[in-house]
Ligand binder design. Structure first.
Ligand code: SF4
Length: 363
């Protein structure tokens, strides 16, 4: 498997929790100029390398591009014909006309930024859409035949209660969607929330409440027919994200656009986030991944999957004895954070809540 990630770093507004590479575009010309440079970077990819199983257009907010700009972007990528072709959409910038364009250019998966169905929570985190925007987008995409729809949701937002999560999942139960990415709110530096936190105007959600919410989400989504396949990801009828699985399997991917990164199996690179620097020389840094880093990433990404890691496969691939290399696995087993099932090492229900404690052992 091999993927292409395309970053569109523009948003109509800035959400208070977001630390992605993004900015509010000053005008339409700023986006046009960016698309010109994006094309220059894309053209540099050697022809024989331009074979992708998945293409993912993320951001930022790709759906805020107007029809002409989206057409320019899709024309650039035309002919790749990946088996999974995803675009990120914010509900307030979706229109039927854009949906038609997605269909015309072969987009077959949409990742929709919903985050919550509670208006007060949406306002608190700086989102601008309404529930009716979400419902319209999902109905319209389904009617157009783009049925592989994923929604992003967030829990552990200050002010959210278990009842809020129940309410969000009541609405989820009525939607025709195939996938959910459900993240807990992380307080990242360089975000509006972080500034509020420094001024003591933001308090993180209670850690026990966060655990209760996560347990409830796992159980409720299971009851709704979703399979929990990665710490934060749930799928119905085998619609796991192929593109994200490629990251978790350490398969190669090329990233283009400001702030994008890529991995060819041995080397990792990162593009500049700042537009002037990106325009000057796309790449900011490049480094060879050491064998130890590769193994560590492989194990951590593997353990994020609910099925865990195949112990024999890892030992044979890396020519190691897992227990010799990481003797602390024994204490993780004793603490009930990991378990061995069918020769796979995987997180337990308790380990899912305390994943970072487990991953530290493999760093
Ligand atoms: S969360 Fe999405 S829409 Fe909000 S600022 Fe970040 S990239 Fe933009």
């Amino acid at each position: 498997m091999k993927g292409l990630y395309v970053h569109i770093p523009f948003c109509e507004h800035i959400c208070f929790y977001c630390d992605f590479a993004k900015r509010v575009a000053k005008n339409r010309e700023m986006i046009d100029e960016y698309l010109d440079y994006l094309k220059k970077e894309f053209i540099q990819i050697p022809h024989e390398t331009k074979q992708f199983d998945t293409v993912y257009i993320g951001g930022g907010t790709p759906s805020m591009l107007d029809i002409t700009q989206l057409t320019t972007l899709f024309e650039m990528l035309q002919g790749l014909n990946p088996m999974e072709y995803t675009i990120e959409v914010n509900p307030e910038s979706y229109t039927h006309e854009k949906g038609l364009l997605f269909k015309q250019y072969g987009i077959n998966r949409v990742s929709l930024g919903v985050q919550s169905f509670e208006p007060a929570i949406l306002e608190y985190i700086g989102r601008k859409h309404s529930n009716s925007d979400v419902l319209f987008t999902i109905q319209d995409l389904n009617a157009l035949g783009i049925e592989n729809i994923s929604i992003d949701l967030i829990f552990a937002i200050p002010g959210q209660t278990l009842t809020s999560i129940e309410h969000d999942l009541d609405i989820v139960s009525t939607l025709n969607i195939k996938h959910i990415s459900y993240y807990s709110l992380i307080l990242e530096e360089k975000t509006i929330f972080y500034h509020q936190y420094l001024k003591k105007q933001f308090r993180k959600a209670d850690i026990d409440l966060e655990a209760d919410m996560y347990e409830y989400i796992i159980k409720r989504l299971k009851d709704l027919g979703f399979q929990h396949y990665e710490i934060s990801n749930f799928t119905k009828s085998n619609h796991a994200s192929k593109h994200n699985q490629l990251y978790w399997s350490m398969d190669p991917y090329i990233g283009i656009g400001a702030g994008a990164h890529g991995f060819d199996g041995t080397k990792r690179y990162q593009n500049h986030r700042s537009l002037p620097k990106y325009y000057e020389s796309f790449k900011e840094s490049e480094s060879i991944e050491t064998d130890d880093q590769y193994l560590s990433d492989y194990l951590i990404f593997g353990l994020r999957r609910i099925s865990g890691i195949d112990i024999s496969a890892i030992e044979s691939k890396f020519q190691i004895r897992l227990w010799d290399k990481y003797p602390k696995i024994q204490s993780l087993l004793a603490l009930g954070l990991v378990e061995i099932v069918n020769n796979h090492l995987r997180l337990t229900a308790k380990g899912l809540l305390l994943g970072n404690q487990v991953f530290e052992v493999f760093l």
